[in-house]
Design a protein around this ligand. Sequence first.
Ligand code: TYD
Length: 212
Amino acid sequence: MSLFITFEGGEGSGKSSVIKVIEEKLREINFNNYITTREPGGIKISEDIRDILLDKNNTTMDERTEALLFAASRRQHLAEKVIPALKMGKVVLCDRFVDSSLVYQGIARGIGIDAVMNINSFAIDEYMPDVTFLLDLDPEIGLMRINKNKDREVNRLDLEKIEFHQKIREGYLFLMNKFPSRIIKIDASKDIESIASQIFNIIIKRINSEKS
Ligand code: TYD
C-alpha cells in the first residue's frame, strides 16, 4: 500500500503546522509507515534551485523561467525522495506539489494551466497525488498570520500584493472544481488542532481502505 498525499494553500494557510500535528497523531497510534516532506525537501539539487527562485534580488526573473525551475526542483525531489518512499509502500505527506505551480505560475502569473501542466507532466511522469488537501483561507487573514510570525523568513513571493494572493485563492478553488475527486477543500480559518483532526480522520479512512 502506498498513498501520495499533498497539502496546498496560500501564504499563512497553516499547512506546515497542520502537517506537524498530523504527524504527532500518526505517531500516537504507532503508525510509522509514512514520511513527511516538502518541496524542495532537503534534496541538495532542489534546495539550490529553490535559493535562486526565492532570492529577493532576482527581480528580473521571467515567469516561464520561474515555472521551469519549480518543475526542475520538483523532479529532483520526486525522484530522490517521493518515488523511493512510495515504492517502499509508504504514505507520503508532501507540503506543496504540482498544484502550486498550476496556481502560482499557471493562474496568478498568467502562463496558463495547460502550459504549466505540460512542463510538469515531463517532470512528474504521471506521479499525481492520490489526495490533495486544500487549506482554503481569505488571504487577508493568511498574510496577517504571517506578519505576526516574526521568525518566518519573508520570501520573494510573500512580497506580492494582495491581488496576487487573491488570485491564488481563486486559482485553487478553480482547480478543485477541475479535479473534484482528488482535491478536498478544508476551511483553514479554524484552529490548527481541529483542521488537523479533520484531515487526520480522512487520511486514516484512506489508509484503511487501501489496506482492504
Ligand atoms: P515556502 O516558504 O515553501 O512557502 P509556504 O510556507 O507558503 O509553503 O515558499 C514557497 C513559495 O513558492 C510560496 O510562495 C509558493 C511558491 N511556489 C510556487 O510559486 N510554485 C510552486 O510550484 C511551488 C512549489 C511553490
